[in-house]
Design a protein around this ligand. Sequence first.
Ligand code: F6P
Length: 359
Amino acid sequence: MRIAISTGGGDARGLNAVIRAAVLSAIGRGWEVLGIKRGFGGLLGEDECIPLTRDSVRGIAHLGGTILRTTNRGNPFNYPVRQTDGSFAAVDRSEELLERARSLGIDALITIGGDGSLAIAQRLFEKGMRIVGVPKTIDNDVSGTVYTFGFDTAVNTAIEAIDKLHTTAESHDRVLVMEVMGRHAGFIALHAGLAATADVILIPEIPYNVDAVCAKIMERDRRGRKFSIVVIAEGAHPVDGDESVLGQSLAGEAKRIGGVCGRLAWEIQERTGKEARSLVLGHLQRGGAPTGYDRLLATRFGGAATRAVADGKWGEMVALQTPHIVTVPILTALSETRRVDLTHDTVRTAREVGTSFGD
Ligand code: F6P
């Protein structure tokens, strides 16, 4: 048996721990393992495929990033190919990918990725590839699993930042607006904001009203709390506006969103007269070492993915359904984006302790 492993989409802390566990448990079964580098690039002549041995995965579980590299611009069904006039055209290179996989003797593929990569996995599965998915995103927005690895580390990074912002905001009587990742789902903003006692939490699931945000800030001001902390997910938007789009994306890349915090800080300052500043936490949420929780979850996912291959669970992905790791059809993940349930006790508790959602 020869299996291959790939990592696609934005990185998330814990990827290396998944790779290590999958490789070691495959080797333990007597299988060979190949690593496809840079998403599916290694099967498309854009990068290489390398043997993954005990040595290749030694000492990597605690490291961020992915030893296989990754890309968010390599969809083989919509591959951006430069034309003679310099423009890009989307080309279907999936047959070429399958042919290359066959020629390398790959019997099955474990692919680690978010919604985009899982959608590619599903299409490759439908074309006959024996594939098992491992869900990955720091946004925690994949359906079918309670948590994805990388989320806990991102939340802890955001908590540490909010703790730091508290002391400087308080010394200057400022409003500090911090933007965290979360394109479609506000889990990072909600969990970090509530744990680090932010005053306002704005998430894509609840369009916000700037007047309501300002009312919360001024209510605190009247109570002598002259500073406020606002945590906003990058995909949050006002009731009367759209999400904030950042510049031009590269060919093959999804819409780049972000920058909403700057606009909001400006509006708060204009309406309240209080000094408001903003920062984007950005890729700090993705780089560096994973937390213990993420290392363990990632390791469990890696082991479970190899078991799923052994059991022939093609077209399925591993998932956490606390306290167990199970497999569910990849289609479950693709059925809908997992978003914050507004009736969940986390949201109710936040409201009960006085956190504003800007509604
Ligand atoms: O999907 C995870 C995510 O972290 C999103 O929250 C964010 O919009 C996106 O990745 C950014 O990815 P990149 O900067 O790599 O394009």
